[in-house]
Design a protein around this ligand. Structure first.
Ligand code: NOJ
Ligand code: CA
Length: 529
């Protein structure tokens, strides 16, 4: 069924790029990335072919969770610059055809936010979830540090009190369960709109919404949370139809019909993304029981069947024109593409896949040069969740140049937000720009090809020919893609008509005699003759 909701025209053909502000580029030499530094790198992003950047939170914060603990939604954190610097970034980006998305931490604030500081002393204030009693489910309740006493509910870390969007189910024995349309929850919905509108006025094109599924509590099937976002979407369609909301939900089959323009496939929750990328190194959730095989495994342990099952489930629910699935190369919570046994040369096939799949490709800063997930780093601002969930290694400073400091900052390296990758072989932008054979150049060519080829964009049709090694699919009826991300060669029989197809971007794949012969770690994109 085709969707009747308006869609921002720019989104469908966009390549997104996630900037982790503290480690992207340092403009003032204090060792922490900032807006001035990021502004200087816009030419790189334009050269690469990025259409929109998403900044992880750059708002005022005590940084107990690296900025996902917001103390003022309307002000840029001084360490990143000022609201004027953000406006300047937006203008400079726009002049290069790049849009800017911010991160909306919708489900919680910092315990240093003035809302919380006031709430702890005012029992009439409904902004957070208040439990006067002891003896409720363990783990999620923290003592209120103020006159009202009782407990507040955490949303992630204890320093991140859950904003009150109500409960889907009431219980007379649990009087803190406000209905979703109680005064506190309604005020919070309005507050989210106010925050978004504030930044839209500054030229922001949308938001990635943190923990978007977490808002309404005890919400089986996320029915009430979906209604909340449907209400937000109606407001957006009416007031800001050119702006986009992308959710950190991890279930596009629910999030997009609810109202998001796109939802990310994520490592946690459903298995689609981890069945592609997860090597067993880096952030690992003990609840995952299905990680013994993954497709982009040099040893070839997995087919692409799990991913495809999840993909079809999502796109069937979304419907034609209803919205998108965003496919990240990695992010600040999970290991990078280049992790464990998967080396940078092996990332080439992964990018060939990401650039030709009918999703919204989302490049995590540094993945375009094959930056590594670095193991064994110290915790920084809550990066280390548990020993098995170490996000730190994906947050190291961007490597712009060879040599000391890597062009990230002029500060002494000891003052860097996190240490650089210590490897003498660490990749960098300048070296790769000088080498047409580099991963960086490949990514640039792939994005250019995607932008120039409607068949490769989300609207182009998808026909899957194999669900194993090599993975073979046809886009738009005109473009054949072959991806073999394992060490062992692989071959597939093709339908007629592909012999003699023109190779547009090929490494190690031959079409001959009605077959695709793919050597180890190979990929090919071909145009029908
Ligand atoms: C998800 C974010 O991606 C993560 O970095 C953060 O710690 C939690 N949400 C809490 O906001
Ligand atoms: Ca700085």
């Amino acid at each position: 069924m085709a969707s009747t909701r308006p869609q921002p025209a720019w989104l469908a053909n966009s390549v997104l790029y996630q900037i982790y502000p503290q480690t992207f580029a340092d403009g003032n030499g204090d060792g922490i990335g900032d807006l001035a530094g990021a502004t200087e790198k816009l030419d790189h992003l334009a050269w690469l072919g990025v259409d929109a950047v998403w900044f992880s939170p750059l708002f005022a914060s005590p940084f107990a969770d690296a900025g996902y603990d917001v103390a003022d939604y309307l002000s840029v954190a001084p360490r990143y610059g000022t609201n004027e610097d953000l406006a300047a970034f937006v203008d400079a980006a726009r002049s290069r055809g790049i849009r800017v998305l911010l991160d909306l931490v919708a489900g919680h604030t910092s315990d240093q936010h003035p809302w919380f500081r006031e709430w702890v002393d005012d029992p009439a204030d409904g902004r957070y979830i208040w439990n006067e009693r002891v003896g409720t489910p363990a783990g999620i309740w923290c003592p209120v540090p103020g006159r009202r006493g009782g407990y507040y509910q955490l949303n992630f870390y204890p320093c991140q009190p859950a904003l009150n969007f109500g409960y889907a189910r009431q219980d007379p024995g649990q009087p803190w369960r406000d209905p979703v349309d109680a005064e506190g929850p309604r005020a919070n919905r309005q507050a989210l709109r106010d925050v978004m509108a504030h930044w839209f006025d500054l030229g922001i094109s949308g938001f990635r919404v943190d923990m978007a599924a977490s808002l309404v509590k005890d919400d089986p099937g996320h029915v009430e949370t979906a209604r909340l976002w449907a209400e937000m979407r109606e407001w957006l369609d009416r007031e800001h139809p050119d702006r986009a909301l992308l959710s950190e939900w991890g279930d596009p089959a629910v999030a997009v019909p609810a109202g998001f323009h796109a939802d990310f496939f994520l490592h946690f929750g459903r298995p689609g993304l981890r069945s592609l990328w997860h090597t067993g190194v880096g952030t690992y959730d003990p609840s995952w029981t299905d990680t013994d095989r993954y497709f982009f495994d040099p040893e070839g342990s997995g087919g692409v069947d799990t991913f495809l099952r999840e993909w079809r489930r999502a796109t069937d629910a979304i419907g034609v024109g209803g919205g998108h699935v965003a496919l990240p190369t990695s992010n600040h919570d999970y290991a990078r593409l280049v992790t464990g046994p998967r080396t940078a040369p092996m990332a080439r096939a992964a990018f060939a896949f990401v650039a030709t799949w009918p999703s919204l490709p989302t490049i995590y800063y540094g993945d375009e040069i094959g930056m590594r997930y670095v193991e064994g780093l110290p915790d920084r601002e809550g990066s280390l969740l548990q020993t098995t969930q170490d996000r730190t290694g994906s947050r190291t400073p961007m490597q712009w140049e060879p040599g000391p400091g890597a062009g990230f900052s002029t500060a002494p390296e000891a003052d860097f937000y996190l240490p650089l990758d210590p490897s003498p072989e660490r990749p960098d932008v300048a070296t790769q720009r000088a080498d047409e054979g580099s991963l960086l150049h490949l990514v640039r060519r792939l994005l250019a090809l995607r932008h120039a080829t409607p068949a490769l964009q989300p609207e182009g049709s998808l026909e899957v020919l194999t669900e194993d090694y090599p993975f073979v699919y046809v886009r738009g009826g005109t473009h054949l893609v072959v991806v073999n991300p394992r060490r062992e060669p692989a071959a597939a029989t093709l339908p007629s008509g592909w012999d003699g197809a023109r190779g547009l971007e090929v490494e190690g794949v031959r079409l001959d005699g009605g077959r695709a012969e793919a050597s180890g770690f190979s990929y090919g994109i071909f145009e029908r003759p």
